[in-house]
Design a protein. Structure first.
Ligand code: URA
Length: 300
């Protein structure tokens, strides 16, 4: 028999869940507890109205007050269905217009102070840009100085090379969607820390679930490792497609249950080592084949 939650505990629990929501965390799971340990807590009936924003009432899932929230892993591993079965719908998922849905995510992000990057010299948040119904999405690491200045990803030198790569694929920049793992410029263009990636990427996952691309190209190791939750080298990661589903999102679209993901070199790396451009072109050709794209005719 479920016990009724003590009102004080319920208030504390509600405040805690709001706090996690503010941090961009919406997904909670119920860890199975062993009957033989002291950790055992009886299932507790939770007032659904108070916490409906966070826990899917349909799931019937109950949360122990001693258990904390967790961001789900990017891809469900075998035997983890329980965890992923209780993912709450995101607010934008009730909106069919992707422009409006992306706006909801942007508003949710607000003037973000969730990680240290907000106080390390960022001028503005660089949310993402492009076709909200793009078939192809490029994901980089994080904004540099030019992007921080303009509020748009990939507008500096690396951006010019990315534009050329997109053109070579026979399409225009406006046709694709471009975003980064972190939305604030890391000082001195340092690599974003793992914690910064983990804090920021749930918003990217939501953007991906709205755009519903057919293919994502992860530009460089930070993007690839964060999206795939793998710690392999670029050599190991490139040259194949991965099945990708955005972490923490339960798709409510029967026509979109994830997409393919390819890894290639970051344009900034290619500027430093142009000999690798041929390898990157091989990656893009694999993507073009998947999307039925024909290479642009060379003009000179
Ligand atoms: N490098 C990135 O990873 N992203 C940008 O937006 C610009 C440079």
């Amino acid at each position: 028999m479920p016990r009724t939650l003590d009102p004080e505990l319920r208030r504390a629990l509600t405040a805690r869940i709001r706090y996690y929501n503010e941090m961009g965390i919406y997904d909670f799971y119920h860890r199975p507890v062993s009957v033989n340990t002291q950790e055992v807590t009886a299932p507790i009936a939770v007032d659904e109205q108070e916490i409906a924003v966070s826990i899917n009432p349909e799931s019937g899932e109950q949360m122990s007050p001693r258990k904390s929230a967790a961001v789900a892993m990017p891809v469900a591993l075998e035997g983890e269905e329980n965890i992923f079965g209780v993912i709450a719908p995101k607010p934008e998922q009730s909106v069919s217009d992707p422009v409006k849905a992306l706006k909801i995510i942007r508003e949710d992000l607000g003037d973000c102070t969730r990680c240290v990057l907000h106080k390390q010299g960022r001028k503005q948040i660089v949310f993402g840009v492009g076709n909200p119904k793009a078939e192809l999405m490029f994901i980089g690491e994080g904004p540099g100085a030019d992007e921080d200045e303009k509020g748009e990803p990939f507008v500096g030198r690396a951006g010019q090379l990315l534009n050329n790569m997109i053109k070579a694929m026979g399409i225009e920049r406006e046709q694709v969607y471009i975003a980064n793992i972190v939305k604030c410029r890391p000082p001195g263009n340092r690599q974003p820390e793992r914690e910064e990636c983990a804090t920021c990427s749930p918003f990217l996952m939501r953007q991906i679930a709205v755009v519903k691309p057919k293919v994502i190209v992860a530009l460089g190791a930070t993007a690839a490792k964060t999206l795939l939750a793998m710690n392999s080298s670029m050599i190991q990661l490139r040259g194949r497609f991965y099945d990708f589903r955005p972490a923490g999102i339960r798709s409510n679209d029967p026509d979109w249950d994830g997409c393919k993901l390819a890894v290639t070199y970051h344009p900034a790396f290619l500027l430093r080592d142009p000999r690798q451009k041929g390898e990157a072109w091989k990656d893009l050709q694999m993507v073009m084949k998947e999307l039925g794209l024909k290479a642009a005719k060379q003009t000179t």
